[in-house]
Ligand binder design. Structure first.
Ligand SMILES: NC(=O)c1ccc[n+]([C@@H]2O[C@H](COP(=O)([O-])OP(=O)(O)OC[C@H]3O[C@@H](n4cnc5c(N)ncnc54)[C@H](OP(=O)(O)O)[C@@H]3O)[C@@H](O)[C@H]2O)c1
Length: 336
């Protein structure tokens, strides 16, 4: 199946969890079970499936274990219900050499900032203590960087963080907690600074496309963004297990291209043969990552931004489902 034109949910789910040869090769080198903490959200289920399939193709028997409060029902993946704020419950989780840490407070949750801080800083401490002998890929976000002019090409890993707003500050807190355990106690980890994974049912491209399709105005306050196909993001996360280090390695993860919100809306308007409307004052600064380091390490993402635009347009034209999940881009745009 070609990734360029996916028009139904079963093909989409199949494509999102299809491991690449590089994923399989990685698991031939990396031994042991894989534990996914925070496995029931937007990315976790397809990552768990990808791990299962890559592990089977690599040929070494191993468990893939998904941990979250809500159930995850995937053949070949063991689900353990667990509130990661419960130290006792985390202590009872099985030992595991490979951990993918995706847990965070669900996007769209508003209010209770103390819960956001607890999820983003207390849970990391509990997990880092419990899995201090493991390697941990820590999902983080490009929100830890300051807003930049798109002409700069985006923030690089060595740039000092300058998170704007309490949510982004708590994300930097998550990184700093893991960094503390890494520097003080030798925990091997990688801080995986992701900017905007795209599924066809949600994500920043889908938000813009659906607004254009519905004749609603597209907000221009944050004028640009980076995106990456969710399968490529999950593949990079899996392969990051090989690059966990103490002190931690930092990796920006997104597509190569910087996309303009205006040009993206105009592309969808042309595809849908309609006009597009805009709202807000067009800003000059955006949260953007330079992803040269991850491309040097793992090669380019398999799907370009142009192909992603086509895929989203085709999905919407065919009446594909929408999960209406709020995105990290909306957070950057000050929605919640
Ligand atoms: N998707 C993106 O484009 C993007 C961009 C930048 C960064 N990230 C980060 O990457 C990670 C994965 O992204 P995502 O989009 O899949 O996130 P998500 O949809 O918000 O999922 C968060 C996960 O955390 C779990 N969780 C929350 N509270 C928990 C608790 N007390 N105990 C156990 N599990 C808990 C949730 O499961 P339950 O509610 O079932 O427990 C869920 O599985 C997140 O940390 C996110 O912030 C994602």
């Amino acid at each position: 199946m070609r990734a360029e034109r996916i028009t139904n949910t079963s093909d989409l789910e199949e494509e999102l969890c299809r491991p690449s040869e590089a994923d399989v090769e990685c698991l031939r080198r990396v031994a042991g079970d894989i534990l996914i903490l925070g496995a029931s959200g937007k990315m976790g289920p397809s990552l768990a499936r990808m791990c299962r399939r890559a592990a089977d193709a690599a040929g070494k028997p191993r468990r893939i274990v998904a941990v979250s409060r809500n159930a995850v029902n995937i053949t070949g993946v063991d689900h353990i219900p667990c509130d990661l704020l419960d130290r006792g419950a985390v202590a009872a989780l099985p030992d595991c050499p490979n951990v993918l840490f995706l847990a965070g407070r669900k996007f769209g949750s508003s209010g209770s900032p103390e819960m956001t801080w607890a999820m983003n800083t207390v849970v990391p401490a509990i997990a880092a203590e419990r899995f201090h002998n493991s390697r941990i890929v820590v999902f983080s976000t490009g929100n830890v960087y300051p807003f930049r002019d798109p002409a700069t090409g985006g923030s690089r890993e060595m740039d000092p963080p300058a998170p704007v707003g309490e949510y982004a500050q708590s994300c930097l807190g998550r990184e700093r907690v893991f960094e503390y355990y890494s520097r003080a106690h030798g925990l091997r980890c990688l801080l995986f600074r992701l900017n905007y994974a795209v599924d066809l049912r949600y994500g920043v491209l889908v938000d813009i496309a659906r607004k254009v399709h519905a004749g609603e105005p597209v907000e221009l306050t944050v004028p640009a963004f980076n995106v990456i196909w969710q399968r490529d993001a999950n593949s990079r996360a899996l392969r990051s297990l090989e690059y966990c280090e103490a002190p931690p390695r930092i990796l920006n993860v997104s597509g190569r291209e910087i996309l303009s919100v205006r040009a993206t809306a105009e592309f969808f308007a042309a595809r849908f043969r309609c006009s597009c409307r805009f709202s807000g004052t067009e800003g000059k600064l955006a949260l953007l990552s330079d992803t040269s380091a991850s491309r040097a390490l793992m090669g380019p993402p398999s799907v370009s931004a142009d192909a992603l635009l086509e895929m989203v347009a085709a999905w919407i034209e065919e009446g594909g489902e929408s999960l209406n999940k709020p995105t990290h881009f909306e957070r950057a745009n000050g929605k919640f």
